[in-house]
Design a protein around this ligand. Structure first.
Ligand code: GLN
Length: 486
């Protein structure tokens, strides 16, 4: 059953072909055998999962089941889950047991979903490769010498390796789309404000957004139905009706105008990736879409603007981890200053410290105008570029990353090279737009994803666009050979 999509599993549960306890046990068995090769999970919550599965079966027997009742899912380890460790991939929170539940995971609980465990991630969601976790690198199930992509690498890899029916991640500058792309799965970052951030450990609050990661657009739609919605506990959650994202999946694409930004298809883009994107776009033309060149003139400034704004917000958000109120505390501090200094020096990894330093610098008196204010002005220009482009097209397509998954270790010593791999994803977060990745082929043995960018609150259209493609292709059904071991 692990090779089936979430929607198919939901149907099998409804038909009584399998129980949630059986399904959950089969995933737990696979995780035990296979996760040592990938390192997708930081914590596996076996007892809780079996208890939730039994409750789901009872609920179904009482005729109260919904689409996600009994479905085994995995949560990125920055969603607070009451009574369960929520580490954020950091030594700082290695001992943190969340005292409350995030809104998103509460929604899944209310729907009767089963939590298999918490997935590996770049420390505090900072990274593009999932190499900065305190719990070790996540390996790409298609090729374990390759990165899985970050920061939601554990969530992407566990779906690719069929170690969960679906997973959730967060995307601040590409962390759902990039690992989805590198692992050959489907992931959507909704519009900023569409999904509540309450109970998600904050990285950069004006950019963070949670979304589903699954095999198919249909699966993602089922999950987003449960995740999206207003929440009075998140002041940036938007009070707007949530459509049924599955209702429009089959709508025709006749007359859809696809914009291809000319700035995306330049020398910086790997030829093999470009080829797969072009083939996917050609498939869309067959489905009735028309293609148009558009321009996003300020896209190249997105890296500079993002890598000021995100660290600035992170430096503020992460100030709470001081060894007093939260997190790791050093041994035998000599005095208060020593306690702060050593707890933070020992608790945070290198990349997190780099971001805190950059962010603190950018916000300090004298530099604030030169860096932070300037970055905010560029952010507005980037947003305006998209709004202008959407006067000419309905959706925008392009790559998620300039290359297929690179080798583990390749960019670790060069933070700027790592940041440059975010060139196609950051601007979408800066503009608050929804973006999605779907698998559209391979470069050698490594998956390539197509990015689909929509207008604010256009998730239904993105999912529809993705679903129609998946009706006529089978990239989304391919699984790495190792996933079939048991
Ligand atoms: N790679 C980007 C960063 O390191 C984005 C990460 C994310 O989306 N969480 O900040």
């Amino acid at each position: 059953m692990y090779d089936k999509t979430l929607a198919e599993q939901s149907q099998a549960l409804a038909n009584g072909d399998i129980s949630s306890v059986e399904l959950t046990q089969s995933y737990l068995g696979r995780i035990k055998q296979l996760d040592q090769h990938y390192n997708c999970y930081i914590s596996v919550t076996e007892d809780l999962a079996l208890k939730q599965a039994a409750a789901a079966d009872t609920r179904r027997a009482n005729g109260e089941a919904g689409a996600l009742t009994g479905i085994p899912l995995a949560y990125k380890d920055l969603f607070c889950t009451k009574g369960v460790r929520t580490s954020c991939g950091s030594k700082m929170l290695d001992n943190f047991i969340a005292p409350y539940e995030s809104t998103v995971t509460q929604h899944f609980q209310d729907a009767g979903a089963v939590m298999l465990g918490k997935t590996n991630m770049d420390e505090f969601a900072m990274g593009s490769s999932n190499e900065s976790s305190y719990y070790g690198v996540v390996k790409n199930p298609w090729d374990t010498t390759a990165i899985a992509g970050g920061s939601s690498g554990g969530s992407a890899a566990c779906v690719a390796a069929r170690l969960a029916a679906g997973a959730i991640g967060t995307d601040t500058g590409g962390s759902i789309r990039q690992p989805a792309s590198h692992c050959g799965i489907t992931g959507i970052k909704p519009t900023y404000g569409r999904v509540s951030r309450y109970g998600i450990v904050a990285y950069a609050s004006s950019l963070d957004q949670a979304g589903p990661m699954a095999q198919t657009a249909e699966d993602a739609a089922l999950m987003l139905n449960t995740m999206a919605g207003f929440d009075h506990r998140d002041s940036t959650a938007i009070d707007k009706t949530v459509p049924d994202y599955t209702a429009t999946l089959n709508d025709s694409l006749e007359g859809l105008t696809i914009g291809l930004p000319k700035e995306y298809f330049t020398a910086g883009l790997d030829n093999r990736v470009a080829r797969q994107i072009q083939q996917a776009v050609a498939e869309y033309e067959k489905l009735g879409a028309t293609v148009k060149e558009i321009s996003l003139p300020n896209n190249e400034l997105s890296i500079a603007a993002y890598y000021v704004i995100a660290p600035a917000e992170a430096s503020s958000n992460l100030s709470r981890f001081d060894g007093v109120r939260f997190g790791y505390r050093c041994d035998n501090p000599e005095n208060l200053e020593d306690l702060y200094k050593r707890s933070r020096s020992e608790g945070f990894g290198e990349e997190v410290k780099r971001r805190i330093l950059v962010g603190t610098y950018a916000l300090s008196a004298g530099y604030y105008d030169a860096y932070y204010i300037k970055a905010q002005k560029i952010r507005r220009l980037i947003r305006d570029d998209f709004l202008n482009a959407f006067k000419e097209c309905d959706i925008i397509m392009g790559p998620n990353a300039p290359t297929p998954a690179f080798n583990i270790g390749e960019k670790c010593d060069d933070p700027v090279a790592m940041y440059l791999s975010d060139i196609y994803t950051l601007s979408v977060n800066l503009a608050g737009l929804p973006g999605m990745s779907i698998p559209v082929g391979f470069a050698d043995n490594r998956p390539v994803g197509l990015q689909i960018i929509g207008q604010h609150f256009d998730e239904a259209r993105l999912l529809n666009t993705a679903h129609r493609f998946q009706q006529v292709t089978d990239w989304h059904l391919k699984a790495p050979a190792t996933a079939a071991l048991i």
